[in-house]
Design a protein around this ligand. Structure first.
Ligand SMILES: Nc1ncnc2c1ncn2[C@@H]1O[C@H](COP(=O)(O)OP(=O)(O)OP(=O)(O)O)[C@@H](O)[C@H]1O
Ligand SMILES: [Mg+2]
Ligand SMILES: [Mg+2]
Length: 628
């Protein structure tokens, strides 16, 4: 399809009859599959397990690992950052770059988020992600003459939930307008949107320090939300070499909400924190199931600057808008770059022009896309085919009362109940588009069942903290490689929650060592241990933890201390008050020696450390002193 050309009606007709235009190529790029197995083994020398179920060649690869060939977005970004560094254009660290003396930054954000619905906004075609291109298209979606919009009321459910999570007032009556502009991704030549009569207004969210706002913003900052409106998404286009664009009309007409903030953000990190928090809020009320990484959320940032002494006038500087940012980091980086560009223009005596600009991932500057917003006449007009949207108080009341706990309350609860740091709690909630926390709850349920602990019994929640740490950190290690956990929104992945619970149950009871537990995790992940077979694997591999006795530990401790007079001297100096800090490093050095000297599968590093420390204090130091 040529550049800037509208899709001809004839061509669309051909598509509708045969389903055959531009089917190919709209899929995400597929890179050669990386052998998860080989790379894991290289990186982590872990125990391997013979596959229980069968011995066919594919058995050691996790069931879905082959279906995840895409290089994770995070890794792409890391690579780009690396390349940038290597090219010598080293940037100032963002943390030190939140303010410019003499200038005030103002940012307002528009977020477009795909709603979690079964149908498109005005047609009964399925709203589905990543399906065969052009397979969910109704006549109306491609503006076939004679087709009419059919508002799908069910789309209001996630929309209203989202607006409630953003503390908005739901409007009893809202209306749809046509906003005209011509682009190949929009067959009708206009987008149906609610700009002038949105369904929700006057909201706000509160950003806390833990959300990542910079110290300049204090403990918390409230960002006003001007309005939330429903609108149609455009088709997805993929640029091809030779000025060709591939178009996927599956996305056209998908229901979006646009969230528009007041211009109340004054630091780059706050802009990123805002978008991150909105994503988390929308996910937590099930309004949106796919985040920025998956393209379900896109942000436009509006940036202006003014001299500090002009702040009293109440007049903001001229804004420019940077469209279509697709990561939190891009939001922060683009705001910094645009702020600095505008300041440079003004300091050189120029004027900032209102314009739309673009940003490339990993870039260092924004670039002009088109001129003054005011020059574009969208010719807004009420859509004559659509009546007003009337939202009843009963619906709003029902959705408000069935919404469940919002993220801030949940983070506080995770911290209070299980002793998680709020940083870890936040990470659990953000990972896998919100599915990781569900996985944690699944693991915790299964673990409590095995340990026969009732969910709210007593204050001893060490098992929950253990589960949280594994769901976050040990699972995180599995994904360090360009591989995927295959996490579903229901909180299940290549490591079934019941199997992780089995591993953690044995670990919690000290039936196995942490080392063995980690090996089991890798075994389950690689498919070498079939679902439900954890305990059997421990049994058949004779991996149970038969811990050394106290005497045996003591014997090993004495063995490794022998001849270490210099090291013992450090402990003595501490004992005699000649050194301030306990020589913990030296202690761990000796623990390491102990672990190597004994049978690893029979030793717990914590027990080794405890006995060693006692032996040094009670036996070896007194001996040393009496020798002096
Ligand atoms: N001087 C300013 N500096 C920074 N941000 C501003 C300024 N004036 C307005 N904004 C912000 O710009 C955004 C304007 O978004 P809005 O959707 O209302 O208009 P638009 O950008 O013209 O529309 P669209 O991009 O959807 O066609 C808001 O978030 C608002 O807070
Ligand atoms: Mg807008
Ligand atoms: Mg805008």
């Amino acid at each position: 399809m040529g550049r800037m050309g509208r899709v001809s009606t004839a061509e669309l007709g051909r598509y509708l009859l045969t389903g055959q235009i531009n089917r190919q190529g709209c899929l995400r790029t597929r890179l050669p599959q990386i052998s998860a197995n080989a790379a894991f083994r290289q990186k982590h020398q872990t125990r391997t397990f013979a596959t229980q179920a069968d011995t066919s060649s594919s058995s050691s690869v996790p069931p879905n690992a082959t279906a995840v060939p895409v290089v994770p977005f995070r890794k792409q970004q890391k690579d780009q950052a690396k390349a940038l560094k290597a090219s010598g254009k080293k940037k100032k660290k963002n943390a030190d770059n939140q303010t410019v003396p003499g200038w005030e930054l103002t940012v307002g954000i528009e977020i477009h988020a795909q709603l979690n619905t079964a149908r498109k906004l005005f047609s009964p075609a399925a709203a589905s992600f990543n399906d065969t291109p052009n397979s969910h298209v109704a006549l109306f979606d491609v503006a076939m003459p004679g087709s009419q919009p059919l508002f799908q009321p069910a789309t209001l459910i996630p929309a209203v939930r989202a607006a409630l999570a953003l503390n908005c007032a739901i409007q009893p009556v809202s209306r749809f307008d046509r906003k005209h502009y011509f682009h190949w991704d929009q067959p009708a030549g206009y987008q149906i949107t609610q700009y002038y009569h949105p369904f929700a207004r006057d909201g706000h969210i509160t950003l806390l320090a833990r959300d990542g706002i910079p110290p300049e913003d204090g403990d918390c900052v409230e960002i006003g939300i001007k309005q939330v409106q429903m609108e149609q998404d455009t088709a997805k286009t993929t640029a091809q070499p030779g000025e060709v664009q591939w178009i996927d009309f599956n996305r056209v007409g998908m229901p979006l909400i646009e969230i528009i903030t007041q211009p109340q953000i004054h630091h780059p990190a706050t802009a990123a924190a805002f978008v991150r928090k909105v994503q988390m809020l929308l996910g937590s009320v099930d309004a949106c199931v796919s985040g920025m990484e998956a393209g379900g959320l896109r942000a436009d940032v509006n940036v202006s600057v003014r001299r500090t002494e002009d702040a009293a006038t109440g007049q903001l500087g001229t804004r420019t808008e940077i469209k279509n940012l697709s990561s939190f980091k891009a939001v922060e980086d683009a705001v910094i770059a645009e702020r600095d560009r505008q300041i440079a223009v003004l300091e050189a005596g120029g004027v900032v022009e209102g314009e739309t600009r673009g940003w490339s991932l990993g870039g260092t500057e924004t670039r002009r896309l088109r001129g003054k917003e005011g020059e574009v006449d969208y010719r807004y007009m009420p859509d004559p085919d659509l009546g007003p949207v009337v939202i009843g108080e009963d619906l709003v009341g029902h959705l408000a009362s069935s919404m469940g706990m919002l993220p801030d309350a949940e983070i506080d609860e995770l911290a209070e109940k299980y002793g998680l740091s709020s940083k870890d709690a936040l990470s659990l909630m953000m990972l896998d588009d919100g599915a990781r926390i569900q996985y944690f709850y699944n693991v915790l349920d299964a673990l409590e069942e095995r340990l026969e602990i009732s969910a709210d019994a007593g204050s001893d929640q060490r098992h929950a903290l253990l589960a949280a740490n594994w769901c976050l950190h040990e699972l995180g290690k599995l994904t360090e490689l360009a591989s995927d956990l295959g996490m579903t929104p229901e909180g299940e992945c290549h490591v079934p929650s019941s199997d992780l619970a089995a591993i953690l149950c044995h670990l919690h009871r000290r039936d196995i060592t942490a080392r063995v537990a980690k090996d089991l995790l890798w075994g389950v992940f690689r498919g070498e241990i079939a679902a439900g077979d954890v305990t059997q694997t421990v049994e058949s591999g004779n991996l149970w933890f038969k811990e050394l006795s106290e005497q045996e530990y003591a014997g090993l401790a004495d063995e490794v201390v022998t001849g270490e007079t210099k090291v013992l001297g450090d402990f003595l100096r501490f004992k005699q008050g000649k050194a301030k800090a306990y020589p913990q490093g030296k202690l761990m050095f000796l623990v390491g020696k102990m672990m190597r000297a004994g049978a690893e599968e029979r030793m717990d590093p914590a027990s080794a450390e405890r006995v060693l420390r006692a032996r040094i204090e009670e036996v070896h130091l007194p001996a040393l002193e009496s020798n002096e």
